[in-house]
Write a new protein. Structure first.
Length: 490
């Protein structure tokens, strides 16, 4: 009689781990077996499958990772789901120019998306390709739903798996019925926010509050404040703001039209062959020029340098240097010298090794005249001539702190994440509401849509190819239209 083993572990919601309950054959007591890693992770499924093989008396093979298997896939032995995944991953690495200098960010993102999608098939790694049914695909989707992912994310991963089986059918690795059955199930059971209301749908991104934007820009370091002002005045994406450089800005239009033209080196649709031109108006130009006058890193290839922001923190938090004063034995000797000339015998009564204290007084700026004795029978006479002039403490400059940093390990340019983190640190410090730099793009879009130029003007400024995308950035106009209608007919 074969031993009945569970097909998948249960989910412990408190610990977020996979577990099973078994009964000891000798004592009859129930015990709980927890698996490694978080629930639904690759580590959990590997541990679960290894446990199943041990319980069934099978040898646990030392299987390479998916990346290692993709380096040298064996198409002739593609009989299991794991081998099929390695073949599909190898084709993805080849098509997406893995390791080549011409690989784009979209290629790297596609490789990452493929890896995440194929991880859903970890429980079925040893299953035959043609034995994979729609029920297994449904169980993989339920794992994603339990992880709290959105409809768009889950549909993208399931579609990637179906595409892998279509590729296998084209290469005659599996039968066409397997692929068609999975594709029919995906089209019929595709998740939508309307039908599956318990699954998160696309989140509506609102414009950042203008009052909070102005408050954060005023309280932020000059680098971050300039970035916020430029992005809110142009509606650029965060990546384009972070990568601004003087060699990509055309200032020839300023005398005639009062604007600058910025052409990013790379943008969201570079790989699609589209071009993007961002026009900077008076507000953005003035913010950049003001920052250029005070920035400590003039000559840097990028306008906004993370190292300058880091040095500003030290510059802004510095305390005025304390005026050094005489203390202890040196203070006693100073009081004695203020009364009049003192001999070495007088100073020895205060401190036997008094010459160290005299040197401290000289370091503080006191001028002391020394009348050396003719011989050892006559003592040396010390006279206080002048006291140091008190000057106001001098604070160190922003450039000083910038030059003190070695720059080791520092990035040449902001990333979108580091830019967003810097903005949110200022928000927490001043108690502002939470918003992200991308919402500044929505803020500028609302200004343009509500102006006399409307949707077409907003699409031209933001670089949208369709008006539908511009309307997605805009808030609904139903309330304004309803108010106009009611004023006339209500």
């Amino acid at each position: 009689m074969t031993k009945q083993l569970p097909e998948r572990p249960q989910h412990h919601k408190t610990k977020n781990r996979g577990y099973i309950r078994t009964r000891c054959e000798k004592t009859g007591k129930r015990k709980t077996k927890y698996f490694k890693g978080e629930f639904g992770s690759v580590q959990m499924w590997d541990d679960f499958n290894a446990w199943r093989r041990r319980e069934m008396g099978q040898r646990v093979p030392a299987r390479p990772t998916l990346d290692q298997a993709a380096r040298s896939p064996s198409q002739a032995a593609a009989s299991t789901i794991y081998e099929l995944c390695s073949i599909f991953m190898a084709s993805c690495l080849r098509d997406r120019r893995q390791g080549r200098p011409d690989q784009s960010k979209s290629d790297a993102a596609e490789i990452t998306h493929t890896k995440l999608a194929l991880r859903l098939l970890t429980p079925y790694a040893d299953m035959a390709v043609d034995d994979f049914k729609t029920a297994h695909l449904a169980m993989a989707r339920e794992t994603e739903i339990a992880m709290g992912n959105s409809c768009k994310t889950i549909n993208g991963k399931i579609q990637k798996i179906v595409r892998m089986f279509r590729h296998a059918a084209a290469e005659e690795i599996c039968t066409g019925e397997t692929w068609k059955r999975l594709e029919a199930w995906y089209k019929d059971k595709k998740l939508t926010p309307k039908k599956n209301k318990n699954i998160p749908g696309p989140r509506k991104v609102h414009a950042a509050p203008l009052e909070d934007v102005l408050a954060v820009a005023a309280a932020a370091p000059p680098t971050i404040g300039c970035m916020i002002t430029v992005q809110s005045a142009t509606g650029m994406r965060s990546a384009n703001v972070c990568g601004m450089s003087w060699d990509r800005i055309d200032q020839s239009l300023y005398k005639k039209e009062g604007i600058w033209k910025y052409t990013p080196d790379r943008h969201k649709q570079t790989d699609s062959g589209h071009t993007l031109s961002v026009f900077l108006g008076p507000q953005a130009i003035q913010a950049i020029l003001d920052y250029e006058n005070i920035r400590p890193d003039k000559g840097h290839p990028f306008l906004f340098n993370p190292r300058a922001t880091r040095s500003w923190r030290y510059f802004n938090n510095q305390k005025p240097p304390q005026q050094r004063k005489a203390t202890g034995a040196s203070l006693k000797i100073l009081r004695r010298l203020k009364k009049g000339p003192a001999t070495s015998l007088d100073l020895k009564k205060i401190r036997p090794h008094y010459r160290n204290q005299l040197q401290r007084l000289k370091n503080l700026g006191y001028e002391i005249d020394v009348a050396v004795a003719v011989n050892h029978r006559h003592p040396t006479i010390f006279t206080l001539i002048a006291q140091p002039q008190r000057q106001p403490p001098q604070l160190k400059t922003w450039q000083h702190y910038y030059q003190q940093q070695t720059g080791a390990g520092a990035n040449m340019v902001f990333s979108t994440k580091s830019y967003c983190d810097a903005v949110q640190r200022v928000q927490r410090r001043i108690g502002s509401s939470h918003w992200t730099p991308h919402q500044l793009r929505h803020l500028h879009n609302e200004r343009l849509v509500e102006s006399q130029y409307g949707d077409s003007g907003a699409a031209a400024v933001l670089g949208h190819n369709t008006l539908e995308m511009t309307r997605n950035y805009s808030k609904s106009q139903d309330e304004r239209l309803a108010a106009q209608v009611q004023r006339l007919l209500g």
